[in-house]
Design a protein around this ligand. Structure first.
Ligand code: PEP
Length: 251
């Protein structure tokens, strides 16, 4: 997309201990100009590593974010972390509405929208995840699901600055299976049209990531599709060499 700085983002999920900080260090060293001026890189480690990870990145353009936040800023919510806490740990992004959160914690579009609003209030950029199931795709409902999730999960206050959309077909996450380039192109063109209709110029510049089994071997093709402004990467983001190989698909 013209005038858009792509984002290559890693989601470590519930993986990573202090030993994994070596991978963060290696990624931080590998993300540098001139490519870093053109393409942004982000790692979202588990919350236990967030503060240490940001401390390791003070001299690197690598951004650090979290994988979820509570919809409230503070209070009696045992076990949860707020967007304020992420910002206080120098995180700049938070993933909201990942399909694993929607499934494991019964998160609804309504809740995801509230979490994105909490992220905005804390000055974070929200990566709002959407995507259809295998059954929905088979039934020919993929675009209907995308439309509903976009309209219900994305807050009215979304801008190209505070919001990134990640299209992650659920059947492509962690499976090694990806949609055809044609299907990704169709989904992303549809999302672009929806966001432009609702947010005008901000929607035209909003980054639309593809996620689901992105690997070094398929990154070039997927990142080259129109309206794909980067990737959200699970498994392949755990190893610095794989993550950097995907990042360098933009070289
Ligand atoms: C994800 O969970 O966001 C994801 C895309 O996972 P994977 O790359 O492992 O399919």
């Amino acid at each position: 997309t013209p005038d858009v700085r792509p984002l290559v983002a890693g989601n470590w999920k519930m993986n990573g201990t202090r030993a994994s900080l070596d991978q963060i260090k290696a990624i931080a060293e590998g993300v540098r100009p001139p490519l870093a001026d053109k393409v942004e890189a982000l790692i979202c480690p588990p919350a236990t590593l967030l503060y240490v990870a940001t401390a390791l990145c003070t001299d690197s353009p690598l951004s650090i974010g979290a994988q979820d936040c509570h919809q409230k800023a503070s209070g009696a919510h045992t076990g949860d972390i707020s967007a304020e806490m992420i910002a206080d740990s120098f995180g700049t992004y938070v993933i909201v509405g990942h399909s694993e959160r929607r499934t494991d914690h019964a998160e609804t579009d309504h809740l995801v929208r509230a979490k994105a609003e909490a992220a905005f209030a804390a000055g974070l950029t929200a990566i709002i995840c959407i995507g259809e199931t295998a059954d929905e795709r088979r039934a020919g409902q993929a675009l209907d699901i995308i439309k509903r999730q976009l309209s219900a999960s994305v807050p009215d206050g979304a801008t190209a600055e505070n919001t990134v959309i990640a299209y992650e077909p659920i059947w492509a996450i962690g499976t090694g299976v990806t949609p055809t380039s044609g299907d990704v192109e169709k989904a992303h063109a549809f999302m672009r049209a929806e966001m432009a209709a609702r947010f005008g110029d901000q929607g035209r510049k909003m980054r639309l990531l593809y996620g689901g089994s992105v690997k070094p071997a398929n990154a070039g093709e997927l990142m080259g599709i129109a309206n794909v402004d980067g990737a959200l990467i699970g498994g392949a983001s755990l190893k610095a060499a794989d993550f950097l190989a995907i990042y360098r698909a933009y070289e």
